[in-house]
Design a protein. Structure first.
Length: 104
């Protein structure tokens, strides 16, 4: 599992300092609970929106357009490996440009 990056990483690093600052400035506890709840909700939404990253895919897969990539990964997770290779076999040749994955 990778550490959070981008906005998710920013809110992760700022969470504890924000709680400490709130306690230092005597912010009512209800506001701290609301802030912690909002942090949890936003963090989980961002985490759930990330696609699965099986370790056996080439790095080029993650540079694909999101809809096509998610469809490819979903098919990989649900299809028999032989059927998957028959359907998407030419995609492993990354020297060719192929944007028609989402239409399959």
């Amino acid at each position: 599992m990778e550490p959070p990056t981008g906005f998710q990483g920013l809110i992760s690093w700022l969470f504890l300092p924000a709680v400490a600052a709130g306690m230092y400035f005597n912010v009512p506890g209800e506001y701290l609970y609301i802030g912690a709840g909002l942090f949890t909700i936003v963090f989980c939404i961002i985490e759930m929106d990330k696609p699965d990253k099986p370790h056996n895919f080439e790095p080029q897969i993650y540079n694909m357009e999101r809809g096509a990539r998610d469809k490819l990964i979903a098919d990989y997770n649900t299809m028999d490996i032989w059927d998957f290779n028959e359907k998407y076999g030419e995609l492993w040749d990354f020297t060719l440009k192929n944007d028609a994955i989402a239409k399959r």
